[in-house]
Design a protein around this ligand. Structure first.
Ligand code: OXD
Ligand code: MN
Length: 601
């Protein structure tokens, strides 16, 4: 047991899980650097972790080929009443799901160590922070949790005798028989994988997968699915958003929160290098943000995490030079390719492909090979403290006051570069009607990558909202009522619009700062905009485009509303909203009607 643990509820829960999962031994994590090193050494000895000669204190892991991403089809929100989970979640009744999973958990840790990880999401002691305790039989999950959260004794101390914690149970679901040799990446077959949430008990049970959000339970499971329910209960917001601080040449600061679906360049935007002279951007978070109205009446945000779990392929010196520097040392890589000289490589890294490598499945690879060397959802895990653009006050307990909220997605057609909401209520409509083309962070129930398709992804929260999304929309309206004139301004962006030749029309990356500058100027009442059917939009003259290579024709497309395409889009939005039946807020219907009126459809 942890030497310090005074919390009887926690001690009892750990004993109960030990009795159920029957591990060989139990180990309470203290969060020390020594613990991290010992676990890494143990995994290197077992052949699971591969030290990288070219990157100091960095390691490569390869997952089982069937265990490579979040599995939305095996993710459940289990409430007594199905309606509370809503049409946006898979649902099984708590009794049935607990029965099925208890049978799976019975003896599932045989031959393994059961790790108890006390962790804090958010600065310990912050009014915005929450404590979790993850039990897992995966040492890989432990080292990743060390980077992604605040782990260890100081959490146990803060918990005290009767502090509340969120129990998060995880097992890879691969018990070992006496004398049986372990595989490199133990996991259960697809039909036994479950990522389950019981919001009425603030409880998480995950079984069968060792990858990413399925195994690092502080992230999507706690900080989004469970936290979103708690946030509604307690009157705050738990969001799938990056956090960024911008400073103008005059020294004025703006704090931006941005919601984008997986792999829409959220990490790149969080680490943006502005191309406009004098502008500075600092990183606070790249994935999750918790926002609360503090006594000054403003919406304050923290990043509850402590590290980045980013998608490697596509990260390059041109798309994200900051991340490339950050990954030079003390990084865990998963499912990247391994080069002969002991480095990692991935597609679109901006470096020539090695003549020979070992691919993510551990096979010999050459540029002639048919398959990609790195899995498209290959990842890096790295502490935020290594980010060269880290904002030094990023973990202030009161967070930062938000000026600007951005929604967005990946749309090759239809969606203009940027538009601004008329007011908060219109902004909620923008968030609720957001959509994107899907990417590699999701696999279907057969373990195949989802083919790219446009899906509605409100607030980029479709896979992460732990309750009925109709009620979530209503919660956003009510937050606006409380914020009144202190509400942040809301914008919608699309960096991915393509021309007829299939090429992107907007240069993106550092030049996205030009769009951010327009937003800042709008906040200060300094930039022009014209009213369109879908919101306030800049004209070319309102954007700072000095030195950008965009043709006037491209700009014309990027800054206009394609009414015919929008009329089609409206049908899809409406059909989506209708799924929420009685939970569909009247105020959203009012927004939809108003948009139809403006588009004359
Ligand atoms: C992520 C995701 O990994 O959104 O952040 O899928
Ligand atoms: Mn994410």
């Amino acid at each position: 047991m942890s030497v310090n643990c005074q919390n009887n509820k926690l001690i009892r829960w750990v004993e109960e899980i030990e009795a159920l999962c029957k591990p060989e031994k139990v180990y309470w994590c203290n969060g020390s650097a020594r613990e991290y090193q010992d676990l890494m050494a143990q995994m290197v000895k077992a052949g699971t972790g591969i030290p990288l000669e070219k990157r100091k204190e960095s390691f490569l892991f390869r997952s089982d080929p069937t265990d490579v991403a979040r599995i939305e089809s095996h993710t459940y929100v289990s409430t007594r009443n199905q309606e509370n989970a809503g049409p946006n979640n898979n649902w099984i009744s708590p009794d049935e799901l607990k029965k099925t999973m208890s049978d799976l958990y019975d003896g599932c840790m045989a031959g393994r160590t059961m790790y108890v990880i006390p962790f804090s999401m958010g600065p310990i002691g912050s009014p915005l922070a929450k404590t979790g305790v993850q039990i897992t039989d995966s040492p890989y999950a432990v080292v990743n949790m060390h980077i992604m959260t605040r782990v260890g004794d100081r959490v146990i101390e803060a918990l005290g005798a009767d502090g509340e914690f969120y129990p998060c149970l995880h097992s890879v679901g691969a018990p070992l028989k006496p004398g049986e040799e372990d595989v490199k990446w133990p996991c259960a077959p697809m039909e036994k994988k479950y990522i389950s949430h019981f919001p009425e008990e603030n409880l998480i049970w995950s079984f069968g997968s060792g990858y990413g959000g399925n195994a690092l339970l502080g992230k999507k499971c706690l900080s989004l699915r469970i936290a979103s329910v708690v946030a509604r209960r307690e009157g705050w917001l738990a969001e799938h958003m990056l956090l960024l601080r911008l400073t103008s040449p005059e020294g004025r600061q703006y704090h931006v929160a941005g919601a984008f679906p997986s792999a829409c360049g959220k990490t790149n935007l969080a680490m943006i290098t502005p191309t406009m002279p004098g502008w500075k951007a600092e990183t606070i978070g790249d994935d999750i943000c918790w926002m609360k109205i503090l006594p000054d009446g403003r919406l304050h945000a923290i990043n509850p995490e402590m590290g980045f779990f980013g998608v490697a392929p596509g990260t390059s010196v041109s798309t994200n030079p900051v991340a490339m520097k950050m990954l030079q040392s003390r990084t865990i890589f998963t499912n990247c390719a391994l080069t002969d000289d002991g480095d990692v490589w991935w597609e679109e890294m901006g470096l020539p492909a090695p003549a020979r490598a070992i691919d993510w499945k551990g096979r010999d690879w050459t540029p002639e090979s048919k398959e990609a060397a790195a899995h498209p959802n290959a990842r890096f895990t790295v502490p935020i403290s290594q980010c060269p653009t880290e904002f030094s006050g990023w973990d202030h307990p009161d967070g930062v006051p938000i000026d600007i909220i951005i929604f967005g997605g990946r749309r090759g057609e239809m969606m203009p570069l940027v538009h601004e909401a008329f007011d908060w209520e219109h902004g909620v409509f923008m968030g609720a009607s957001a959509s994107s083309e899907t990417t590699a962070a999701i696999i279907d129930r057969n373990g195949n990558l989802m083919p790219p398709q446009v899906r509605r992804d409100p607030f980029a929260m479709l896979p992460f909202c732990g309750y009925n999304m109709g009620d979530y929309f209503q919660h956003w309206f009510e937050m606006g009522d409380r914020l009144g004139s202190k509400a942040p301004r809301i914008f919608y962006v699309n960096w991915f619009r393509k021309g007829e030749d299939g090429r992107f029309l907007w240069p993106g990356f550092g030049d996205n700062s030009r769009v951010l500058k327009w937003m800042c100027d709008r906040v200060d009442g300094k930039a022009g905009a014209r009213e369109s059917a879908i919101g306030m939009m800049p004209e070319a003259k309102d954007l700072d485009l000095s030195g950008v290579k965009v043709s006037p024709e491209a700009l014309e497309v990027l800054l206009s509303v394609d009414s015919a395409a929008w009329s089609e889009e409206i049908k899809d939005i409406e059909a989506f909203f209708m799924k929420f039946g009685d939970h569909y807020p009247e105020r959203l219907e009012k927004q939809l009607k108003a948009l139809k009126g403006r588009l004359s459809v």
